[in-house]
Write a protein that binds this ligand. Structure first.
Ligand SMILES: NC(=O)c1ccc[n+]([C@@H]2O[C@H](COP(=O)([O-])OP(=O)(O)OC[C@H]3O[C@@H](n4cnc5c(N)ncnc54)[C@H](OP(=O)(O)O)[C@@H]3O)[C@@H](O)[C@H]2O)c1
Length: 273
């Protein structure tokens, strides 16, 4: 039986993956904020397979808080011997700059700091898996110079676009660190081929909300369909880094100084945590 951990596993694509792997007989730990959503997904799978509840675990957390991310990592280290697959899919879209109660920029905290803590902190459990895989749902392909090392939390000149590009690039650099530290790891940055009809959790302006709702309804994929390619990657992972949009592998955006940038990013993050 494989063990998988899914952040943002209570809704959207994370929940679709949780349902799939519980139905497939795997052990699944879901991290999210809503216990009722978790209970509903376990109940749905249990109708088909009554053993699902015993293989499902919920760890409630606000992953925009460093303390919560650390608590979850410590919990997983204490209660699991191995993690075969880690899916990073927690999402809450903020169009404007906000700070958390810990003083971090909220999007950076959720879309990068938390992922950094999971990937680096859970390395001992991933290292002992036969074919470890991390699927990071950060859409690949951001410019190699998208990280502003001088102002990672965008105190100056925050825009949604720059913040989004920076976290996507940082998550690709996180793959450089992860692949160095976990031999045999498959580290995938993945984005859907087109819009997915998910919960679109977030605080966004009316235009973005209506556009997402209308386009989602007209053109969006169901989460169950969108995660098909992720399931194929998890079920047969190839060691190394790779980038996907839907089922299509894309060339990695490789910068001349990715190694240096990854180390610089880790040092800056560690200093600010
Ligand atoms: N949907 C798309 O078209 C699309 C496009 C490109 C990329 N993506 C990426 O794909 C991934 C999944 O997106 P989705 O649209 O399927 O997600 P979604 O339906 O919006 O669900 C978001 C998930 O994240 C959790 N979450 C939100 N804030 C959290 C927090 N502070 N702490 C812990 N958990 C939190 C939610 O948990 P609770 O509900 O329990 O609070 C929920 O499980 C994300 O990384 C997203 O950026 C999606």
């Amino acid at each position: 039986m494989h063990t998988m951990v899914i952040t943002g596993g209570t809704d959207g694509m994370g929940a679709a993956l949780a349902r799939h792997y519980l139905a497939a007989g795997e052990r699944v730990t879901v991290i999210g904020r809503s216990r009722s959503k978790f209970d509903a997904l376990v109940t749905a799978v249990s109708c088909v397979d009554p053993s699902a509840a015993a293989r499902a675990e919920f760890v409630p957390a606000d992953l925009s808080l460093v303390a919560d991310s650390r608590r979850v990592v410590d919990h997983l280290l204490a209660h699991h011997e191995r993690i075969d697959s880690l899916v990073l899919a927690a999402s809450f879209i903020r169009q404007r700059r906000q700070t958390t109660t810990e003083g971090h920029e909220a999007s950076w905290a959720l879309f990068f700091l938390s992922k950094y803590l999971f990937v680096t902190g859970l390395a001992p459990l991933l290292r002992v898996a036969e074919r470890p895989v991390i699927v990071n749902t950060a859409v690949p392909g951001a410019r190699v110079d998208a990280v502003n090392f001088e102002d990672l939390e965008m105190v100056h000149e925050f825009t949604f676009r720059r913040s989004n590009a920076q976290q996507r690039r940082a998550n690709e650099l996180l793959g450089v660190l992860a692949a160095d530290g976990i031999p045999n790891l498959a580290y995938i940055t993945w984005g859907p081929a087109r819009l997915v009809r998910s919960s679109f959790a977030g605080e966004v302006g009316g235009v973005m909300r209506i556009t997402a709702a209308v386009l989602g309804r007209l053109l969006g994929q169901r989460p169950e369909a969108a995660v098909g390619p992720i399931i194929r990657i998890i079920d047969d992972p190839s060691p190394g880094r790779a980038a996907y949009r839907g089922a299509t592998e894309r060339a990695l955006n490789v910068g001349r100084q990715d190694g240096t940038d990854a180390v610089r990013l880790a040092a800056a993050v560690e200093e600010g945590l």
